[in-house]
Design a protein around this ligand. Structure first.
Ligand SMILES: [Zn+2]
Length: 121
């Protein structure tokens, strides 16, 4: 039994293990070439997912800007909403800023995860 580093997460695993105990990457029954190949496939799948996540975080940020800076009180529809509910233009601005904050934080996290994923290559 030998200790190898998992092609997917780089942590140490036994080469006799069926799958990596850290990330679930399938190890048994694969030679080095096919293992490298599936590690690559897994990596690009993760990268695509992260890029999709990054797009969503940017979208959230833009929606936040729109909500925070749009003059909602000028809309007659919104004016009636403000009249009938607890919602106020100021509250809507807060919500907009909150969305911007969450979007920005999410973007930074996704960005650093993409950076880490690429650095491992
Ligand atoms: Zn692993």
């Amino acid at each position: 039994m030998a200790i190898i580093s998992c092609p997917s997460c780089n942590k140490r695993v036994s080469d006799k293990a069926a799958a990596c105990e850290h990330c679930g990457f399938l190890i048994s029954g694969q030679d080095a070439a096919s293992m490298a190949h599936s590690a690559q496939a897994l990596k690009s799948k993760r990268l695509n997912k992260l890029i999709g996540s990054q797009m969503k975080s940017m979208l959230l940020f833009v929606v936040g800007i729109a909500v925070a800076f749009y003059e909602w009180s000028d809309e007659s529809f919104m004016a009636s909403v403000f009249e009938k509910t607890f919602m106020t233009p100021v509250l809507l601005k807060y919500i907009g800023f909150m969305l911007m904050g969450v979007g920005l934080g999410w973007y930074v996290i996704t960005r650093s995860r993409i950076f880490n994923l690429k650095r491992k290559a």
